[in-house]
Design a protein around this ligand. Structure first.
Ligand SMILES: Cc1cc2nc3c(=O)[nH]c(=O)nc-3n(C[C@H](O)[C@H](O)[C@H](O)COP(=O)(O)OP(=O)(O)OC[C@H]3O[C@@H](n4cnc5c(N)ncnc54)[C@H](O)[C@@H]3O)c2cc1C
Length: 301
């Protein structure tokens, strides 16, 4: 099938871009890795594609005020290979799981977040870190925390006339550790289920949150500090990874039962996805905890 006819514009500034987005039926074209298949299958028929790739300000990757700022046309592979992404370890852990190198060479970080596929890695990373999404339109600019950004399958709070100009990922603290794991049938496929984990161990109690994806209409974030502290009370503060995994396994089934909200599909049943989430979360939270301890111990501060 071929795409339905559409007009094509390629503005050179953010102002001109948002002016174009203010017209009926306009749609942003970033890397095209999700939009072009949608057009080809005629699942979408925008009147105008607004190609944002000629806007220089959108192609910036920088560090400012405790965040890594990823502009709208920055490719996933650029972030993966840039030294700055070492400051956001969860992003580095997640990026290699997205499709294949060729997809990551064209696909943008912001495009994946705007597309909001429930099985995609980057919306889960943004949710786990509570990244900030910066939206710009002719009406002005607003910042939305990831916790308020995703509203359902492929849907977000972005209005038709708004552009996601950049995503701000917080730089990791010295006492934080991260884990990321997923299961897909073949390398490069979207995940059947996956977990991003963030643990902070510097305070009097350990803080832990996970974001599960591929299991509901959007990624689901849960605070599991109580369960991790409970496991650590049994084991002491310096367990091995396998000891901690076993202790967390006692809680993992209950957490998985709560987060998996799907009747299943052609790829996997709900029960199988619960098993995947339980196994991945026990492993990744254990890894994140051990990393949080080792990074805070070697920290120069
Ligand atoms: C074979 C294949 C395998 C893939 N595997 C995976 C995978 O395993 N995991 C995964 O997460 N993704 C996967 N993808 C999708 C890929 O990551 C896409 O690049 C990404 O989802 C969209 O980014 P894009 O820059 O290509 O956006 P586009 O395709 O250009 O746009 C996608 C949607 O977001 C909107 N949009 C884009 N940028 C903005 C913006 N700045 N502001 C407002 N709206 C915007 C567009 O209007 C469109 O609706 C795969 C794609 C292919 C083709």
């Amino acid at each position: 099938m071929k795409a339905a006819p559409f007009a094509y514009v390629r503005p050179g500034t953010i102002d001109d871009t948002v002016a174009e987005l203010g017209r009926d039926g306009a749609k942003v074209l970033a890397g095209g890795q999700s939009l072009v298949p949608v057009l080809a299958m005629r699942m979408g028929r925008p009147a105008t594609l607004v190609d944002i790739n000629a806007v220089p300000e959108l192609n910036t990757l920088s560090r400012r005020n405790g965040s890594i700022r990823v502009g709208a046309t920055v490719r996933q592979r650029r972030v993966q290979n840039d030294d700055l992404s070492a400051l956001v370890p969860l992003l580095r852990l997640a990026l290699p799981w997205i499709g294949h190198r060729e997809i990551r060479s064209r696909g943008t970080v912001c495009g994946s977040i705007a597309h909001a596929d429930p099985s995609a890695e980057l919306p889960a990373v943004a949710s786990c870190l509570d990244a900030t999404l910066v939206l710009t339109s002719a009406r002005g600019r607003r910042e939305v925390p990831a916790s308020e950004f995703f509203t359902g399958a492929m849907s977000t709070v972005i209005e038709p006339d708004e552009l996601l100009t950049e995503t701000l990922f917080p730089v990791a603290a010295d006492d934080e550790g991260f884990g990321f794991g997923e299961f897909a049938r073949r390398h490069g496929d979207f995940a059947l289920a996956g977990v991003a984990a963030r643990v902070r161990s510097g305070g009097s109690t350990v803080e832990a949150r996970i974001t599960c994806f591929g299991i509901a209409d959007h990624a689901v974030t849960v605070d599991i500090s109580a369960q991790l502290n409970n496991a650590l009370e049994q084991l002491g503060p310096s367990p091995t990874e396998s000891e901690l995994r076993r202790a967390l396994a006692q809680h993992a089934d209950d957490i998985a039962a709560d987060v998996v909200d799907t009747g299943g599909d052609a790829h996997a049943s709900a029960a199988y996805r619960r098993q995947l989430i339980a196994a991945i979360l026990a492993r990744e939270v254990s890894r994140a905890y051990l990393k949080s301890r080792s990074t805070s111990e070697v920290s120069p501060s």
